[in-house]
Design a protein. Structure first.
Length: 184
């Protein structure tokens, strides 16, 4: 399913398309550049209707996850504050994250069929993706430098190493909270 046009859909809305049991969600901007793929044995037997929904994001947050090795198969709880709704109610979501090994993640690149004998037509797309990656990395670096985040986080980690607190995450949280209060 590829993008062909949109009318009166705002950039901050998400597009959700379901075909059979598979649902894909994508931002309008990304949908303009990337097609969504759905499994189907052959075109003649694919008679399922598409369900298309336009979703409005009312809250969004990113959460840094602890590395899988630290949780040892158990689930790790996270309580995620999401701000406030229009009525002043605090939004939040509690989730448990459990790491599982994936067969696909364990495959070596040579086993997946994308080795040195790859499709020559994919080369321009790979070069474009590489350039986009470099641009995104440059923008991320500029952002980190502009706000002094990289140096500050290195200093916080240095303080953790020196102090060796029993709960390094609580220690880091206190450090970040202290910085936020002085910056305000």
């Amino acid at each position: 399913v590829s993008f062909a046009g949109a009318r009166h859909i705002r950039e901050d809305h998400a597009i959700s398309i379901r075909f059979g049991d598979v649902r894909r969600q994508i931002s309008l901007d990304k949908f303009r550049r990337n097609a969504l793929r759905f499994p189907c044995a052959n075109a003649e037997t694919c008679a399922e209707p598409l369900k298309i929904e336009v979703l409005q994001v009312i809250a969004s947050e990113r959460v840094a996850l602890r590395p899988a090795g630290e949780v040892a198969g158990d689930s790790m709880p996270y309580s995620v504050p999401l701000g406030f709704d229009a009525g002043g109610e605090e939004l939040g979501l509690d989730v448990n994250v459990r790491w599982r090994n994936s067969e696909a993640a364990r495959k070596a690149p040579s086993e997946s069929g994308s080795g040195a004998g790859g499709d020559a037509a994919a080369a321009p797309a790979d070069a474009r993706a590489s350039l986009e990656y470099k641009d995104a990395a440059r923008a991320a670096q500029d952002y980190l430098e502009h706000h002094g985040l990289l140096k500050y986080m290195q200093a916080v980690l240095h303080a953790v190493i020196q102090s060796k607190p029993d709960d390094p995450f609580a220690f880091m949280q206190k450090q970040l909270e202290a910085h936020r209060q002085t910056a305000a």
